[in-house]
Design a protein. Structure first.
Length: 586
C-alpha cells in the first residue's frame, strides 16, 4: 500500500507591475512556510526545514540556470524510521489550473541532495505521472531513490523561470505547486547514478557512483549544456580544469549515457593574477590556461600555449612550445615572456633589437660562465671559497661569477642608466639550484665541496629519464634576489639573471633532444644559470645547444649571454603579444 506524504512547498503568484518601467510582469516565487514542520506516515518521517526566506526569487523575470542556482533553496529531509529499506519518489504537482497558469515548459527545476549535485531540467521534460493531490492537474517525477532503515536524506529544491521564456508565454501567469513524496517498496528506482563535484579554484573533481563505466561533461557560463566531452574516469572520479574567467561557470555531466544532466555548484570567477597585476591580466586575457602537466620527456614543437605551476611566490603561468604571442618590447629591445611569476611580475628573456629569432643578435655577447672551473664553487652564479671542506663555505655568495659581471654591466648601461629600472621588479628572483648529491639518480644532500664528484638538483631532475622540472627553489641561498625582496639570498646588486634549465624544460626543451621549433630556439649556444655537476675536475652548467636542446658545458666555455629580467607586477602593457604587435610597456 502506498504511503503518501504531501508537502506544501511553494505558491507562485502573479504580480502585475512589480518592476518599475516594465509594461508586463512575470510571476515571482514565494513561500509561505515560516518554520519547520514535520509530517509522518508509516516508516517515513518528513521534515520541512524552511529558513526565513523559503524559496524567494527577487528577480521576477527569466534568468539563466547559473543565476537560478544562486537563488534560495527549499530544503526538506526524508527519514526512514523503520529498520527495513523502502523506495520513494519525489514528484512536483501543479495545482489550481487557470487560463493564465504558467506552462511547465517555462519552469526550470533543480533538485540536489547530500549525495548528488543539481539535477537540472525543464519541469515538462521530466516523466509525467498520475497526479495524487486533490486539485492538481499534472505531476512530474523529479527523482527516485532508496532509503535504508534509519537512513535520512536532505533535498534542496530550486525553481526559476526559464531564460528562454517569452513575454507571450510567461507574462502575467500564475503557478502553484506542491511536492508529493511517495514511499512504496515497489517503486522502480531509476536515479541510481549520482555525481557530486568538489571545487578548488579552477579545478573541479567529481565523486561518482561506484562502478560507473562512463561519463561525459560540458562547461557553461549561463544555461545547462549538453555533455559531449568524454571524461577519463578513474576510481569513480574525474577532474576538469575550467577556464579562469571573471564570469561564473558550472560543469554539467551525464553518467553512463543516461538522459539526466547533473550540474556542479556555481564556480565563481577565479582571478588568476594578484591584485594590481595589470600586465598579468592583459597577457592572460589573450590566453587560456591549459589543465594538467605536459610530458616533459618530450620536446614541445607546436604551440602548446600556457600552463600553470607553482613557484616560490604562488601560481606561475609559463609559455610552452612554438608560441607566437609572448613578445614584449621594453627599453628599446624585444623580449620573449618565459612566464608570469607568482607575484604577478613578468619574466622576460632578451631577444635583441629586432624580432629576428635566430643569430647572434639574440644575445648581448659571449662569455665564460666562470673563467675558473676546477672546484665545486664554480658552478655558482655567485660562489664562496675554493678548496673549502664545508658546503656553506664553498657556496657562500661572496664572489661574482664571470657572467654575472657581464650582466651587471649590461643592466646598468642599458636599463638602469636609461631610466627603465623603475619598471623592473625588485621582488622576483633567479634560482641557481646548488642542492648537492653524490648520487646521479637521486638527491642525497651530500657532496658539493672541493673536488668531490657532485650532481646538482637540475641534473637529477632533467638528465635522468624521469623529467621533473620545478620553479621552486629548494634553498633560499640559491634564490638570487636584491636586498629589497622579501625572499631569497638578497645578494644581487642588480635585478638581472639568466634563464634556468627548469624554465627551458617547461618551455619545451629536453636534454639532448633537438628542438628547432619552440620559442627558445635561436640557432645559438647560450647559458642558463643552473649548475649540472662537477666531475672531479671540471664544473659544468646547463646551456641551450644551437639545436635547441639542453646540455652540459664546462663553465670556462664562451657561450651566448641572454639577459633575463622581471617586469614589475604593476606595469601596464598594450598590444596582443605577437611579433608585429608586441606587448609594449607603458
Amino acid at each position: 500500500m502506498k504511503k503518501r506524504i504531501v508537502i506544501l512547498v511553494v505558491s507562485l503568484i502573479a504580480i502585475t507591475g512589480i518592476i518599475v518601467g516594465v509594461s508586463y510582469a512575470f510571476f515571482s516565487i514565494g513561500g509561505s512556510q515560516e518554520q519547520a514542520n514535520t509530517f509522518t506516515s508509516g516508516c517515513l518521517n518528513i521534515s520541512l526545514t524552511n529558513e526565513s526566506t523559503s524559496i524567494n526569487l527577487t528577480n521576477t523575470y527569466p534568468i539563466t540556470d547559473i543565476e537560478g542556482l544562486e537563488g534560495a533553496s527549499y530544503d526538506f529531509t526524508i527519514k526512514n524510521t523503520c529498520t527495513t529499506e523502502t523506495n520513494y519518489s519525489i514528484n512536483l504537482e501543479s495545482l489550481n489550473k487557470q487560463t493564465n497558469s504558467l506552462s511547465a515548459d517555462y519552469i526550470k527545476v533543480a533538485l540536489s541532495s547530500d549525495t548528488v549535485d543539481h539535477v537540472i531540467s525543464k519541469l515538462s521534460s521530466n516523466t509525467s505521472v498520475t497526479p495524487e493531490i486533490d486539485g492538481s492537474y499534472e505531476s512530474y517525477n523529479l527523482y527516485t531513490g532508496t532509503l535504508k532503515g534509519s537512513e535520512s536524506k536532505t533535498y534542496h529544491l530550486k525553481l526559476w523561470i526559464d531564460y528562454d521564456a517569452t513575454k507571450e508565454g510567461a507574462a502575467n501567469k500564475t503557478y502553484s505547486s506542491k511536492i508529493n513524496v511517495i514511499a512504496n517498496p515497489e517503486t522502480t528506482v531509476v536515479d541510481i547514478l549520482e555525481a557530486k563535484f568538489g571545487i578548488e579554484g579552477t579545478t573541479v573533481t567529481s565523486t561518482l557512483t561506484e562502478g560507473l563505466t562512463s561519463a561525459s561533461y560540458c562547461i557553461t557560463t549561463d544555461n545547462i549544456c549538453e555533455p559531449n566531452t568524454s571524461a577519463t574516469v578513474s576510481n569513480n572520479s574525474y577532474t576538469v580544469e575550467v577556464e579562469s574567467k571573471e564570469e561564473n561557470q558550472m560543469v554539467c555531466t551525464k553518467l553512463n549515457n543516461t538522459s539526466k544532466i547533473i550540474c556542479s555548484n556555481v564556480i565563481e570567477g577565479v582571478k588568476l593574477c594578484p591584485e594590481g597585476a595589470e600586465a598579468c591580466n592583459t597577457i592572460l586575457a589573450n590566453n587560456s590556461v591549459n589543465s594538467g602537466t605536459p610530458n616533459f620527456s618530450q620536446v614541445a614543437t607546436t604551440n602548446e600555449g600556457v600552463y600553470k605551476t607553482q613557484d616560490d611566490w604562488g601560481d606561475s603561468y609559463y609559455f610552452r612550445g612554438a608560441v607566437t604571442n609572448n613578445w614584449v618590447k621594453f627599453a628599446g629591445y624585444y623580449w620573449r615572456i618565459i612566464r608570469i611569476n607568482g607575484d604577478g611580475s613578468i619574466r622576460l628573456i632578451y631577444n635583441g633589437t629586432s624580432t629576428a629569432t635566430t643569430g647572434t643578435s639574440t644575445q648581448i655577447q659571449t662569455s665564460a660562465f666562470n673563467s675558473s672551473y676546477n672546484d665545486n664553487a664554480y658552478v655558482g652564479y655567485m660562489y664562496g671559497s675554493t678548496g673549502a671542506s664545508s658546503y656553506a663555505a664553498t657556496h657562500a655568495n661572496n664572489n661574482n661569477s664571470t657572467i654575472k659581471g657581464v650582466l651587471d654591466s649590461w643592466y646598468q648601461t642599458n636599463i638602469a642608466n636609461k631610466g627603465f629600472g623603475n619598471k623592473v621588479s625588485t621582488e622576483a628572483g633567479f634560482c641557481g639550484d646548488r642542492e648537492p648529491s653524490t648520487s646521479s639518480s637521486s638527491s642525497n644532500g651530500s657532496g658539493g665541496t672541493g673536488i668531490t664528484t657532485t650532481y646538482y638538483g637540475g641534473y637529477i631532475r632533467l638528465v635522468n629519464s624521469t623529467k621533473s622540472p620545478t620553479l621552486k627553489c629548494k634553498n633560499s641561498s640559491d634564490l638570487y634576489t636584491v636586498s629589497g625582496s622579501s625572499k631569497g639570498n638578497k645578494a644581487l646588486s642588480n635585478p638581472v639573471g639568466l634563464i634556468t634549465a627548469d624554465e627551458v624544460a617547461m618551455a619545451g626543451g629536453v636534454y639532448r633532444q633537438t628542438n628547432q621549433s619552440y620559442y627558445l630556439y635561436t640557432n645559438q649556444v647560450y647559458w642558463t644559470m643552473s649548475p649540472s655537476f662537477f666531475n672531479g675536475s671540471y664544473a659544468r652548467v646547463f646551456y641551450v645547444n644551437s639545436s635547441g636542446y639542453l646540455n652540459l658545458a664546462f663553465v670556462n666555455n664562451s657561450w651566448g649571454v641572454c639577459p633575463v629580467i622581471n617586469l614589475s607586477a604593476d606595469v601596464k602593457v598594450t598590444g596582443s603579444g605577437t611579433s608585429s604587435d608586441p606587448f609594449v610597456v607603458s
